[in-house]
Design a binder for this molecule. Sequence first.
Ligand code: GLY
Length: 363
Amino acid sequence: MTSSIIEVKLPQSSYQVVIASNILSQLGSYLERLDLGQKIILISNPEIFNHYGKIVVDSLTRSGFKVFDHLIPSGESYKNLDTITRIYDSALENRLERSSTMIALGGGVIGDITGFAAATWLRGINFVQVPTSLLGMVDASIGGKTGVNHPQGKNLIGAFYQPRLVFIDPFVLKTLPVREFRAGMAEVVKYGIIWNRDLFEQLEQATTLNNLDDLSCELLQYIIVSSCRAKVDVVVRDEKEVDLRAILNYGHTIGHAIESLTGYGTINHGEAVGIGMVAAGKIAVKLQLWTEEEVKRQNDLIAKVGLLTTFPKILKINEVINVLQTDKKIKAGKVRFILPTEIGKVIISDHVSFEVIKNCLFI
Ligand code: GLY
């Protein structure tokens, strides 16, 4: 079994990202090392809990923990304050203490909700991430962004709150729908463009990346470890997104606008980020920051992982521009773009005119 441990060293809280196939049944013994209280609430959704709940509960129980489960229906529409209130009710009912722990077993939505509940219950209890989607593994579970949506916008309510452990078992991806796998691959391609040229080139060399079944265990482990390393490298340099961490939003400026206009679901997050990266690449070329040859390589890779590289025809340009103007990442009235200068390197720019954006949207 190949296993990797990445240390996340932050001023207030340091933790490990553990990545190893078939490790889920050992979660309890990893938690024993963390000096946690006895009580754990395991937060998941019914599908994931059905697949992996028993393995996790048995492992935790064997290690002496007292485990309560709390299930949330699947989907972004449950990522709200009502769901948080229900978690607080469970926490109260089961008399959780400051030393108790909330574990997120699920994808990015479960991780974000659980992290926010953990950050705020009793002013902060222990939190552990056990991501079960590729997107959760390579992005959402690391770095402490937690939160829920407000009816007016995504992730408007939240806190930076770091987990005590991120525990990744790539074996659980076997039950991930292919569309979700490809959505996660969008973030993997993103790390290749913003941070790690070797990762990008390894992905280019792979025969096919269309389905999880096409990947060898070694390639999957390499992809997850390299992506997690890239995320950790960025987060430890800028935990609270003062500057550098914004590069993780490559492809997300236009991606968020697409998700918001299509009602969070028609086009999922990774698919929207894929389209956003194509648009951002085109803007970078238009501004003479990046070469045609490299943007083509990027777009070919996005297509290779089975994602769209054209702008959805159902969207209207003015609607996209309106959404961009209300993006919460907007700074002093300027839309912020992350733009590649070469594969593996990006800059942050607040100087892209709406004229240029318009010209680069319909590809
Ligand atoms: N997903 C972007 C970040 O964690 O900053």
